[in-house]
Design a binder for this molecule. Structure first.
Ligand code: G3H
Ligand code: 13P
Ligand code: ZN
Length: 336
């Protein structure tokens, strides 16, 4: 039996993006796989009064179980309502989004199981096939008032099963045609971001006095050209973790072995949010802070073995990180 997101108290992204476009900020799209992550996201977004997109990859859906996941989305809304009332805060809008859906069947399954927003990523297909697949998902989704994100251009790094050696920047001249033919509500573009904690090779970067890698700047010229071609249309940035050296250093000081980690500097994300970028995807930074807190905990207290003893501090680290993003990077705080 299928269930609509509306019955779960979730919202689609239409109103969120309209407000973000007018207010020149970006809505955070945070990935989650488990309870501590979803608790941290909801707590941080409620306390900073930010709208939020809870994002689930196909791998996350397999990991968490697709049935349980529906209830996690519903539970996130219910938890937010109870905490909002207890703290005297306004309720925040929450969307449940499929990240990097790659087939119509997966998109349909998520739609039928309470998702309010879908990404169909056909960017690895030839252009015409990308158009066809995206349009098929849009038709099914729009009949149910669900919003759809497409993708044009390929990000370097790993997009679920799709391994892209090199990034192929989005071609601004294709954007209008793609949006007209597919009727997508938003579009993920490639302007130099990529997935994971190693977004650039060391040889692509310069180093500052502290030995920290400074990556090349994002291609704001492409973003500007896209805005000229299709004014007022919602753009999405994937691969937008900043890979904070503080977290990487804690991991490595406590037995980890992360090498040549480099992310997108926060000031570039702040700048992107001033453009038509209304959704910014962040996953790796959460993974890093969670790992840093857990590694440190085990080093400091090797006798602990109750998961609450190490997942509790990890959850606190996540809450701090998400609040920081909303307040100081994306500008979504105070816009619920
Ligand atoms: O874009 C990919 C996200 O970071 C999700 O990664 O497929 O390992 O869950 P995942
Ligand atoms: P990061 O790996 O930079 O966090 O990107 C996540 C993402 O784009 C999810 O779709
Ligand atoms: Zn992504």
């Amino acid at each position: 039996m299928s269930v609509s997101y509306k019955d779960l108290g979730l919202v689609n992204t239409r109103e969120m993006f309209k407000k973000a476009m007018a207010g020149k900020y970006a809505v955070p799209a945070y990935n989650f796989n488990n309870m501590e992550q979803i608790q941290a996201i909801i707590t941080a977004c409620l306390e900073t009064q930010s709208p939020v997109i809870l994002q689930v990859s196909s791998g996350a859906r397999k990991y968490a179980d697709q049935t349980l996941l529906q209830y996690m989305g519903q539970g996130a809304v219910e938890m937010m309502k109870v905490h909002a009332k207890a703290k005297g805060l306004k309720e925040i809008p929450i969307a449940l989004h499929l990240d990097h859906g790659d087939t119509f069947e997966l998109a349909k399954s998520c739609i039928d199981n309470g998702f309010s927003s879908i990404m169909i990523d056909g960017s690895h297909h030839p252009y015409e096939k990308n158009v066809e697949l995206t349009r098929q998902v849009v038709d099914y989704a729009h009949e149910r008032d669900i919003t759809v994100e497409g993708e044009l251009g390929v990000l370097a790094g790993i997009e679920d099963d799709v391994v892209a050696e090199k990034s192929t920047y989005t071609k601004p001249e294709e954007v209008v045609d793609f949006v007209e033919k597919t009727k997508v509500d938003s579009l993920a573009i490639s302007i130099g971001t990529s997935h994971g904690a190693n977004k650039f090779k060391p040889e692509q970067c310069t180093k500052n006095a502290d030995g920290v890698y400074i990556p090349p700047k994002l291609r704001f010229d492409i973003l500007e050209e896209i805005e000229k071609q299709i004014p007022g249309f919602t753009i999405v940035l994937h691969g937008s973790s900043s890979v904070p050296m503080e977290a990487v250093n804690i991991i490595n000081a406590n037995g980890g072995a992360l090498k040549d980690s480099v992310g997108i500097p926060e000031e570039q994300l702040r700048k992107a949010a001033q453009y038509n970028v209304c959704k910014v995807n962040i996953d790796s930074d959460g993974r890093l802070w969670m790992t840093a807190a857990i590694r440190k905990h085990f080093n400091d207290k090797p006798g602990d073995f109750d998961p609450r003893q190490y997942l509790g501090p990890a959850r606190i680290a996540l809450i701090e990180m998400y609040k920081h993003k909303n307040q100081n990077v994306l500008g979504s705080a105070g816009n619920a």
